[in-house]
Ligand binder design. Structure first.
Ligand code: P6P
Length: 327
């Protein structure tokens, strides 16, 4: 295990953000503040998640979100916490959230848009499996002070200025990029701070772990079935947690591929382009990995709808290329 020594490892997220900002002379500090606001919301949700087993907030909330999924109470709480933290932080003009059917307009005098899945994998909450927050950050394209437009929130993934996730697992980690590499921070309970624990994360170019829900095997297209057979012939390991952030995070460190292809129940795949796939695609590419929909680069896809779904093949470069060779 890494010992927290040296000037970089052990730096708090706050100091890291300040140091990085100083490397950009024209930085206004707005993006820095936004990243801090997200980290704050993550800390608050971390507390809620850790006590959810004790309080009756883990159970289903009774309402359903645009996915038609039972909205877990923690889903709703996480969404409220993030929206409140971003509103109070003052940097955000609009939010797109898995939990809100429409654009959440915040402050038309602010410059940033956040697209987020506040708590992905929430069906895992009440069985104590890790869950995650996924977020993308864009600069608005409409003039400051004007009403927020759909063009502000439906930007291609290549326009992201930052992206990241918070993984509430055996330890709580925040991993993010601003386009200059990927860095991982571990929440240090005693300090109440995220501390730099995994600087300059790189995804192995190849791997032997594949993550896909083989329960849907018979409804996968032939090429996907053939790639799964290939993985078995290679004696790869099957690891599918049912929590995208957990599978993605493990594959980024160990090497691996996560696939959510189209099925008979999910004709365009299940995962959402705007607030799940684009963020992880940005991180994957910044770490040396790749992310496609089986044909095109995820970050080149044109979002037409807020909750648009896409197929996702993401992880080690050679594994994604191999999978695509079967499609
Ligand atoms: P399935 C959780 O609902 C999620 O969005 C991802 O976190 C996870 O990888 C996937 O869906 C699981 O979906 O259809 O395999 O149960």
């Amino acid at each position: 295990n890494k010992t927290l020594v040296g000037s970089t490892i052990g730096t708090t997220l706050d100091r890291f953000i300040n140091k990085k900002q100083s490397e950009f002379p024209f930085a206004t500090g707005e993006l820095s503040q936004l990243l801090r606001d997200i980290a704050l919301a993550g800390k608050i949700i971390n507390v809620e998640i850790n006590k959810s087993g004790l309080l009756d907030i883990a159970g289903a909330y009774g309402t359903t979100n645009v996915q038609g999924e039972e909205q877990q109470k923690l889903d709703v709480i996480a969404n409220i916490r993030f929206i409140r933290a971003l509103k109070n932080g003052g940097q955000v003009c609009a939010i797109v959230s898995e939990e809100d059917d429409e654009i959440v307009e915040i402050n038309q005098d602010s410059n940033y848009v956040v697209a987020m899945d506040p708590l992905d994998g929430s069906s895992n909450i009440d069985v104590n499996v890790s869950i995650g927050t996924i977020f993308s950050i864009y600069r608005r394209v409409s003039p400051n002070g004007s009403p927020v437009s759909r063009e502000d929130v439906l930007q291609k993934g290549q326009k992201q200025v930052a992206a990241g996730y918070i993984l509430y697992g055996s330890s709580t980690m925040m991993v993010y990029t601003t386009g200059h590499g990927v860095n991982g921070f571990t929440y240090e309970q005693s300090l109440g701070e995220f501390v730099l624990s995994h600087p300059d994360i790189t995804c192995p170019n190849d791997g032997s772990i594949y993550s896909v829900n083989e329960g849907s095997y018979f409804s996968f297209e032939k090429g996907v079935q053939q790639y799964i057979e290939y993985c078995k012939e290679q004696r790869y390991s099957a690891r599918y947690i049912g929590s995208l952030v957990s599978d993605f995070h493990r594959n980024m460190f160990k090497g691996g591929i996560y696939i959510y292809p189209r099925t008979d129940k999910a004709l365009n795949g299940k995962l959402r382009l705007v607030y799940e796939c684009n963020a992880l695609a940005f991180i994957a590419e910044q770490a040396g990995g790749v992310a496609t929909d089986g044909e095109q680069r995820i970050m080149d896809l044109d979002p037409l709808e807020l909750h648009q779904r896409t197929q996702l093949f993401i992880g080690s470069k050679k594994m994604v290329e191999k999978a695509e060779s079967f499609l």
